[in-house]
Write a new protein. Sequence first.
Length: 452
Amino acid sequence: MDASFMGQPVASHAYTINGTGMPASGYSEGGRPLPSDAGSTGFRTFRALRHRNFRLLWSGLAFSAVGTWMQIVAQSLLVLDLTHGSAIALGAVSLVQAAAFLLFAPLGGSVADRFDKRRLLFVTQSLMIVFAVTMGVLTAVGAIRFWMIPLLVFGTSATLSFDQPARNALIASLVPKDALMNAISLQSAVFNGASILGPALAGLTLSHLGYSANFFLNAASFLAVLGALFFLNTEAVAATPRPQGGLLRSVGEALHFIRRDAVLPSVVSAYAALLFIGPSVILMVPFFTRQVLRTGPTELGLLFSAIGAGTVVGALTVASLGDPPHKERLALGAMLLWTGALAVFGWSDSLRVAVPALFVLGMTQNAAGSTTMTLLQTRVPPEMRGRAMSLNTLLIMCIRPLGDFPAGAVMGWLGFREAVLISAGLVGVALLVVTARAAILSRDRKEALPDG
């Protein structure tokens, strides 16, 4: 890491490049200025799509997200078929996935900062095709066994540990700073919209063509991302300065920088508490349907649709906000609303209450996640974005699955309502503690500033 950069005051974020004195986040990775969207009269919600490179990548990711959801559904059902409905087997697959991210995500972020992100994505997306085709072939010929699935999931998750930080860091170089939160929200809207379309298509494919077709279609969907990467304007994705020292040392430098930031420690800690202590909807909704409503798959689908609709609305709402100041307040406010929605859902005993509660839950979690990711992107220098995004990957893909294990145990021990209300209370306390601590630190910083 450049010594002059380490000498900059952490709270100012006055990162400059090429001696211009302008913020580095307003530039592509190669130092080429990106046109600002400030003052644009276009439709605010989709303004990041005005930038050709982001529009290409966003379109490719839209196709790939549908294929990803098709494989998620098919893989889960295949595990249940092979293990005669074993929930423990599903949990084991999730644990393998979390372990892979825990092992490789920090290294993935460091690698993303050291190498050309576009070329790195060519490699990772190609490997994802190999894993999906392998799963499809093994299933099609009847050779698939349960033990093979965790192995393939481990390989896929290890690859994603490099893919996701590189992909998210690349997006920051395709749009100007004032459109970054819009771009991140639109990316989130695509994935969450695919969570509605993908499972529906998976069900149709499973009923007519079988498991292997879903895996092959997912493999084909990665070609859309590869095509988008091929046609990107390479001037906008030139390599950033490489961090100095070894991989592990560079990871430590990024964590040290984030820890010294004026905003990130409180926001990241609060988001981590939400993800670890708050049970995921994948865990809660089936329990709620079975233990509280005592209904079947129709109601289960309705509840998941409410979550999906909420996440899309949340993503589009954040996308329409532009580049608001004090994003940390937006993130913490969304987390507090999420906690309230979780408590309402835990207390509910009917669809009339549960559906709107889950809608708000999906909307606020998406808003909190998109804003947290934006802060991680914009409050670190460009050469550190990959490592910052690896932290985001760890939060979502590792902390959340690990948190579901104790949450599921408490649900089995105390029951659904008690477990969810306890989780909501603990998350609420954690958020209040983090918010209070952030306010005290902010006051202390202001008092430490020289007068005048």
